[in-house]
Design a protein around this ligand. Structure first.
Ligand SMILES: [Zn+2]
Length: 400
């Protein structure tokens, strides 16, 4: 064996180990060295050496944490690598969060949106909000590394286009990523809201202890995101997990997607509000939730029936995917067991009893921030941290 070959091999092994550690830290938004042993399979000594190297080259930071009750050192991507923006375009609201590369949300803001909002005005508002948030923390667009956006429709992430027509009216065939990227001069990624919620809940929230997680987002519409082996599974054209368009009533109403009797036509906001119009008058989804939580029998019934209908569809999805846990988020999940209990019963009733790993349904942990946190994680995942630090250093040199 030649000496040169041995050196080359050692260098590439070290590079691979560095990449594995950096990748783990990026994915989980900060890990202790003990957790890094578990996630990379490397020895504690190797991790300690490489974390020291990465710290001195400014790629990661180590700070104290008291997570899980014990004091430890948390390794995160260095905050000074830059800033990221996560956007959630909802059916009735727009949420924008500014985060650093250390995995913290620094500032966020939510605006109400009119129903059937237009793409051009919504993107205008988004761009204004981004500049506003940066301004609020005394930062500039130069410090922004990228933007990721969550939308309530299936997305082909390769093109950034919505992959099913009619689901998001007025947004079909619109190159959202290119339009936003041109406006702000930054890279932009677009993905489905439930996918980004799934990513956040699986890596930072209720799904963190598990590798295979099914995340359900119950809000104005219903969707799901699938994480298998710690990775988001989008499917070939981005429609994996679209449980909202599974047919539950062959004689049901025509759905926005053109099919008939989709789950969305049974548990979407319009479908939940319609049967209450006669007895309760005009309500919003929030009103129904508040009244249900205050004990109103009609509103309670609507939420419980929704849980049952969702649970029946989840049984098929969970039977096909065999996840360890189902995490339920979105606004409707704020009603807690009122929604989750009937959902859990239907899920178990419709599934093969699994003695080894009985599945459970748990509430989400990140609340209404899950989708923007998933978007922030997407920017981090798509950013070459070492390259960004190098470029920042070069810019500083040139300015000197
Ligand atoms: Zn449909």
């Amino acid at each position: 064996m030649s000496g040169g070959w041995a050196t080359g091999s050692q260098t590439s092994l070290r590079e691979a180990n560095r990449a594995a550690i950096l990748d783990s830290v990026k994915r989980y938004g900060g890990l202790t060295q003990v957790e890094l042993v578990g996630s990379t399979g490397l020895s504690a000594a190797t991790i300690s050496t490489i974390v020291k190297e990465l710290t001195s080259s400014g790629l990661v930071e180590v700070r104290p944490t008291s997570r899980s009750g014990r004091r430890a050192q948390l390794v995160t991507v260095a905050r000074r690598v830059g800033l990221a923006i996560g956007v959630q375009v909802g059916t009735r609201h727009l949420r924008v969060a500014l985060g650093d590369f250390g995995g913290e949300v620094i500032a966020d803001q939510t605006l109400p949106l009119p129903s059937e909002h237009r793409i051009d005005t919504t993107l205008d508002r988004t761009a204004l909000l981004i500049v506003d948030l940066l301004d609020r923390v005394g930062a500039t667009l130069d410090e922004l590394v990228g933007i990721a956006m969550a939308v309530p429709a299936p997305v082909d992430v390769a093109t950034g286009l919505i992959s099913v027509r009619g689901v998001m009216r007025g947004w079909d065939d619109e190159p959202v990523a290119q339009v936003m990227s041109k406006r702000l001069g930054k890279p932009v990624w677009v993905d489905n809201d439930a996918n980004l919620g799934a990513l956040a809940e699986a890596t930072l929230g209720a799904g963190r202890p598990f590798a295979d997680v099914l995340y359900v987002r119950a809000s104005h519409g219903i969707g799901a995101g699938i994480v298998l082996g710690g990775r988001l599974h989008r499917g070939f054209a981005g429609t994996a997990g679209e449980i909202g368009h599974v047919q539950v009533d062959p004689q049901g109403a025509i759905c926005r997607c053109g099919s008939r009797g989709c789950l969305d036509t049974v548990v979407g906001a319009d479908a939940l509000l319609a049967p209450l119009a006669g007895s309760h008058g005009a309500l919003t989804l929030r009103d129904v939730m508040h009244r249900a939580m205050a004990g109103d029998p009609g509103c309670t019934r609507v939420v419980a029936d929704a849980g049952e209908a969702i649970g029946a569809v989840l049984a098929s999805a969970a039977q096909a995917l065999n996840p360890q846990v189902v995490v339920v988020g979105g606004e409707l999940a704020e009603t807690g067991e009122m929604l989750l209990d009937p959902m859990r019963r239907e899920l178990r009733r419709g599934m093969l009893p699994n003695l080894i790993a009985p599945i459970d349904i748990v509430p989400a942990m990140l609340g209404q921030q899950a989708e923007v946190m998933g978007a922030l994680a997407t920017v981090l995942e798509n950013t070459d941290v070492a390259d960004t630090v190098d470029r920042a250093a070069t810019t500083r040199e040139e300015e000197r």
